[in-house]
Design a protein around this ligand. Structure first.
Ligand SMILES: Nc1nc2c(ncn2[C@@H]2O[C@H](COP(=O)(O)OP(=O)(O)O)[C@@H](O)[C@H]2O)c(=O)[nH]1
Ligand SMILES: [Mg+2]
Length: 201
């Protein structure tokens, strides 16, 4: 359930970008930050220690206006993908309202995607949540690499591996060029808002 502040007439919606390490979660948020910098009053917060590896999370808040007289504040988070940071990953999922699963479309990452989705299910179970109930959108990222002759997983394979049971919206995307980054975000926001409005009834 989203965090509602009746005094301030404000709803805080938490959307988490989840997926295997190096799949492009941070790059998604960076693209959104550049694109919507007029709507984003706060700086994007990235917490990392060495190299370009996010050890904690990236955080990007922005406003999408009013719903039912409530100001809606969207908070986008990413998790650290590396296997060893599971405790942090689980913590970031606390109170999640919607999820973008960023899969890496590179053929060599097939197993990593599958394991990460499984890990998401396990971590949600910890909060008595189910991947089949929380609003979730899939993104098949890095499709631009096809131009460089890098072997990619066919969409069929990605759908079979990751979406045969979820049966949710999926977007081939490139966080680097921006292809479908905003479409992915808009889809998860609308699904999440629909679910929150439904819960508020
Ligand atoms: N070619 C290409 N590279 C990407 C894309 N998205 C991310 N990357 C690169 O993949 C690496 C990992 O991206 P990052 O956003 O840090 O992944 P994260 O660990 O999921 O946050 C970086 O070098 C990015 O520049 C994409 O759509 N296409
Ligand atoms: Mg990252």
């Amino acid at each position: 359930m989203a965090f509602v502040n009746p005094k301030k007439k404000e709803v805080q919606v938490k959307i988490v970008y989840y997926g295997p390490g190096r799949g492009g979660k941070t790059t998604n948020l960076e693209y959104i930050y550049q694109k919507f910098n007029n709507r984003i009053k706060t700086e994007m917060v990235t917490i990392k220690t060495h190299g370009d590896r996010t050890l904690f999370f990236d955080f990007l808040p922005f406003d999408i206006g009013k719903v039912n007289g409530y100001d809606v504040k969207i908070q986008l988070y990413t998790v650290p993908g590396q296997v060893k940071y599971n405790a942090t990953r689980r913590l970031v999922l606390r109170g999640v309202d919607g999820i973008v699963f960023v899969a890496d479309a590179m053929a060599v990452r097939r197993e990593k995607n599958i394991l990460s989705l499984k890990n998401l299910q396990e971590n949600l179970a910890n909060y008595k949540k189910s991947v089949f109930k929380v609003p979730i959108v899939l993104q098949y990222n890095k499709v631009d690499l096809a131009e460089q002759g890098i072997p990619l997983l066919p969409l069929e394979t990605l759908n079979k591996d990751l979406n045969s049971r979820l049966k949710t919206a999926s977007f081939p995307a490139s966080a680097l060029t921006g292809t479908n980054v905003v479409a992915t975000m808009k889809k998860i926001i609308s699904m999440t808002m629909a679910s929150i409005i439904n819960e508020l009834k």
